[in-house]
Design a protein around this ligand. Structure first.
Ligand code: FE2
Length: 177
């Protein structure tokens, strides 16, 4: 939301073991420019799905699916958006076609395991081969940013998106910037 705001040099760490050993992600605590620390967010290139298991802490998973017009995904029109509160012991399923990111809203490091694959030795933690970060980069994030407002999570709409057709925000309020 605020690329020039100050914050920790590294927002999250990943150890990648793939679908067999699992990948472990650890989020730093805190916020950057009012926005809770989050993973960058990506869409999967193919029909791959993914499950995250929350091992420690609490957060919010954001999922969004692009609208398809004449067979082409529209990166600025979201067919469906979901915000799901998660905490240690929960799991969250990322269906095929849904971009996803996770936000750390808690006071502890958020720690997850997930089962996305690692495609060979050239597949790096920062740029896994199955993931497309470009659309998220161009749209400067997902359709909503998760910010701290009066000590609790709230959502701010990302104005670069033209439309969100269906949204389940998990009871998290939308506020103005
Ligand atoms: Fe993924």
């Amino acid at each position: 939301m605020s690329p020039d705001a100050s914050g920790p040099a590294i927002h999250y760490y990943m150890i990648r073991g793939g679908s067999d050993k699992h990948n472990v992600t650890i989020w730093e605590t805190g916020s950057v420019g009012g926005e809770y620390i989050k993973t960058y967010g990506h869409y999967h290139i193919d029909d791959m799905d993914e499950t995250y298991w929350i091992l420690q802490g609490e957060g919010i998973a954001l999922l969004q699916k692009m609208a398809i017009v004449d067979g082409h995904p529209q990166q600025d029109v979201i067919e469906e958006f979901k915000a799901i509160r998660v905490k240690a012991g929960d799991s969250v399923y990322m269906p095929p076609g849904y971009g996803h990111l996770v936000v750390n809203t808690g006071s502890q490091w958020l720690v997850t395991a997930d089962n996305s694959l690692v495609a060979g030795p050239d597949d790096s933690a920062s740029m896994p081969g199955h993931a497309d970060y470009e659309q998220v980069r161009q749209m400067r994030g997902f359709a909503y940013y998760v910010i701290e407002r009066d000590g609790a999570p709230a959502l701010i709409a990302n104005k670069l998106y033209k439309e969100v057709r269906k949204a389940d925000l998990g009871g998290i309020p939308i506020v103005e910037n």
